[in-house]
Design a protein around this ligand. Structure first.
Ligand code: UDX
Ligand code: UDX
Ligand code: ADP
Length: 480
């Protein structure tokens, strides 16, 4: 029986291994983590991450051929294939601070693998890492190997949160990079055999190590660039009276462009996009390509612009002051169908409004009060450390209340801001919400999910990203 061990039971490692276990009953899969509470949650009825369909998959395999454990060394020692899916935060100090990936956790995992291994192993890079990390890891492993042979593969994960299980069941492609030696090719084949149990062969692509590593950064950079492109257009739409949804639709009808991933928003978030682009920028700079670095930096600049533009719009519309006004925030997760708040645009928007002394009442169906408070007090880039190593939050933000109900959160509010596209926000009783709000009552839709005409009929002043402006908003100071 082939044994697989995955180091890191996070958003990537957990769902990916659960699906491998489900699709490959003859393989024993152990997912290990240094976080005791995270492993306890994986072994309970309350999984540590919210992901549609994940519960069912875990329940079918857990205790049969899927195990979650904190005994990292034992499972690594026994495994034939070791996936590494640990945190790769952005460095906050020293060389490359604010851009380069901090490989501390990766390096410590690699040293541990070398230390405890008693048989040959295939080591698979699963977390996104800078190009040529595999080479560095290979060096650590071979210089500490005590005669054991390691083959390194890069097998980046392309799943998106909220649709992880579906993405894993039917991936657009699986990418496996490895060495061009007979041993490297044999390792590639071994991993291919795992995926081939449910993924059609023509969707399993094999490349050299660096192409695989770079493809992941490139794919995320292209996706983020699409959103920054449509978001940049949304500003122009507001200025000219065009409608971004009509423009996106027309543009996406060109089969060379395609219709997906063209929704204007308050900005992209998530653990990957910004981090991977910063990484790409750093790699370009290190390789003497400042013009290429500059090009990709713009994607992040526009994303930051979009978030601050939203805050400015809210403040400007409400007579240039939100001091002591109650603002309802609907949605805090970085997208719908996840409780994940990593790099969510809601953090920057809320911080911006708090900077103008607003009082916030936040509601998200999946994010806890504790998480929201932690996010609003944490420093940039601090989120991406193993949970128990995250810095303590200095204190809670007093102007922030977290509510478990959209109606409660909007009661007596001056405005409501939709920051996540949760389906339930489309079907709220907006008449009831309007009746209980201060007047004039504003809606700022950062995800373009509300029916603007209907809300205007009720009496709301409505702002929806990239759509023709309400006369009220046109009369207010220009927003840059
Ligand atoms: C992304 C990639 O899609 C995935 O392939 C990779 O493995 C990890 O990074 P994820 O971050 O989970 O996945 O979610 P994604 O659906 O890509 O959304 C990222 C952000 O972009 C979200 O904040 C989302 O709201 C935003 N977005 C997405 C838009 O603003 N508009 C869109 O049209 C699509
Ligand atoms: C373009 C648009 O495609 C068309 O829809 C619009 O009506 C007019 O402008 P055109 O300029 O005729 O059409 O040719 P196109 O095929 O788009 O190529 C434009 C340039 O991009 C060419 O120099 C082409 O060589 C280059 N190109 C195109 C690339 O370098 N790489 C590609 O993958 C595609
Ligand atoms: P991702 O979204 O990439 O899956 P997460 O932060 O959700 O990232 O998961 C990474 C996991 O890796 C965390 O649960 C963390 O505790 C774990 N981890 C980090 N370093 C180690 C290590 N050296 N050994 C075992 N687990 C680790």
């Amino acid at each position: 029986m082939v044994k697989i061990c995955c180091i890191g039971a996070g958003y990537v490692g957990g769902p990916t291994m659960a699906v491998i276990a489900l699709k490959c009953p003859s393989i024993e899969v152990a997912v290990v983590d240094i976080s005791v509470s995270r492993i306890a949650a994986w072994n309970s009825d309350q999984l540590p991450i919210y992901e549609p369909g994940l519960d069912g998959v875990v329940k079918q395999c857990r205790g049969k051929n899927l195990f979650f454990s904190t005994d990292v060394e034992k499972h690594v020692c026994e495994a034939d294939i070791v996936f590494v899916s640990v945190n790769t935060p952005t460095k906050t100090r020293g060389l490359g601070a604010g851009k380069a990936a901090d490989l501390t956790y990766w390096e410590s995992a690699a040293r541990m693998i070398a230390d405890v291994s008693k048989s040959d192993k295939i080591v698979v890079e699963k977390s996104t890492v800078p190009v040529k990390t595999a080479e560095a890891i290979e060096k650590i492993l071979t210089h500490n190997s005590k005669g054991i042979k390691f083959q390194i593969l890069s097998n980046p994960e392309f799943l998106a949160e909220g649709t992880a299980i579906q993405d894993l069941f039917e991936p657009d492609r699986v990418l496996i990079g490895g060495r061009d030696t007979p041993e490297g090719q044999k390792a590639i084949q071994a991993l291919k055999d795992v995926y081939a149990q449910w993924v059609p062969e023509d969707r399993i692509l094999t490349t050299n190590l660096w192409s695989a590593e770079l493809s992941k950064l490139a794919a995320n950079a292209f996706l983020a660039q699409r959103i920054s492109s449509v978001n940049a257009m949304s500003a122009l739409c507001e200025a000219t009276g065009a409608n971004i949804q009509q423009v996106s639709y027309a543009v996406g009808k060109d089969s060379r462009i395609g219709p997906k991933f063209l929704n204007a928003s308050v900005g992209f978030g998530g653990s990957c996009f910004q981090k991977d682009i910063l990484n790409l920028v750093y790699i370009c700079e290190c390789n003497g390509l400042p013009d290429v670095a500059e090009y990709w930096k713009q994607v992040i600049k526009i994303n930051d612009y979009q978030k601050s533009r939203f805050v400015n719009r809210v403040v400007a519309s409400m007579f240039n002051t939100v001091a002591n006004k109650k603002i309802a925030i609907l949605g805090f997760a970085f997208k719908k169908d996840t409780g994940d708040t990593r790099e969510t645009p809601a953090i920057d928007v809320c911080k911006g409004l708090l900077g103008d002394k607003a009082r916030l009442s936040i509601y998200d169906p999946q994010v806890t009060e504790d998480q929201i408070q932690r996010d609003l007090t944490m420093n940039k880039f601090d989120w991406d450390h193993p949970i128990h190593l995250q810095p303590m939050s200095p204190s809670t933000v007093k102007q922030v209340r977290v509510s478990w109900d959209a109606y409660e959160s909007t009661k007596d509010a001056h405005c409501l801001c939709i920051l996540t596209e949760w389906d339930e926000f489309k079907t709220l009783d907006y008449q009831r919400i309007y009746d209980n709000m201060q007047k004039p009552a504003f809606v700022f839709d950062g995800r373009n999910i509300v029916d603007v005409d209907k809300l205007r009929e009720i009496g709301f002043i409505v702002y929806s990203i990239g759509k023709p402006l309400d006369p009220w908003l046109k009369d207010m100071p220009a927003v840059a």
